[in-house]
Design a protein around this ligand. Structure first.
Ligand code: E4P
Length: 220
């Protein structure tokens, strides 16, 4: 299972990369805006910086802003030419699916975002998306079961033989990561805080303290 960090914050990306377990990054227009990145030139510069931080062969999802096919294709082409790590992130709409099918023909990797149902996941896979992004947390927020969607997509893709990777998105906490792994997600994309949360266990802290105390006692 791959670990992506879901942020446009360069310090968080660096910190995740330094852990040695980072496989990629996802961003979205809200995350870019949160970092104050505005204007085409700045946005492209920021994506390039992210790609350089994560290094070779690590996918970085960069989302198109256009909502029409022509605009998505034009934007996606610029993004894809920016760096070999770039995966063009496209929303789950009719125009989006058309654009994904076009990018698939052109050999450009895509991430179909804003997926909230198994039917939408089937459409993304049919269009040849490299990744499908079901939004777990946002489904949970509505009182529905986000993880059930991951399980359904895993079952459908296995049965139908779709090769699109399941990228569990909108992850809010460490438990989401564990559940997504159990449900068959190929990738989890999460805030750095959720990844760091996986480290925590009081028995590890107590155990380490005892080991060091015993060592110090024995060695003066
Ligand atoms: C996915 O690629 C999105 O960027 C992200 O996971 C959305 O998460 P949110 O619901 O926490 O905004």
């Amino acid at each position: 299972m791959l670990f992506f960090v879901d942020t446009a914050n360069l310090d968080h990306i660096r910190e995740a990369a330094e852990l040695g377990i980072l496989d990629g990054v996802t961003t979205n227009p809200s995350l870019m805006a949160k970092e104050g990145i505005t204007g085409e030139k700045e946005v492209l510069k920021h994506y390039r910086q992210i790609c350089e931080i994560v290094g070779k062969d690590r996918d970085v999802s960069a989302e198109v802003i256009s909502i029409d096919f022509k605009g998505m294709v034009a934007e996606g082409k610029i993004l894809a030419e920016l760096h070999e790590n770039i995966v063009v992130k496209v929303p789950m709409t009719r125009e989006g699916v058309k654009a994904i099918a076009h990018f698939t023909e052109e050999g450009i990797k895509t991430n179909c975002t804003l997926v909230f149902s198994a039917g939408q996941a089937i459409l993304a896979a049919k269009a040849g998306a490299s990744y499908v992004s079901p939004f777990i947390g946002r489904i949970d927020d509505t009182g529905w079961d986000g993880m059930k969607l991951i399980k359904d997509i895993f079952e459908i893709y296995g049965t139908a033989g779709f090769e699109t990777a399941i990228l569990a998105a909108s992850i809010r906490n460490p438990l989401h990561i564990i559940q997504a792994a159990k449900a068959g997600a190929d990738v989890v994309t999460c805030p750095l805080s959720a990844i760091l949360g996986l480290f925590n266990h009081p028995l590890t802290d107590i155990g380490l303290e005892k080991f060091l105390a015993d060592y110090n006692k024995a060695n003066g």
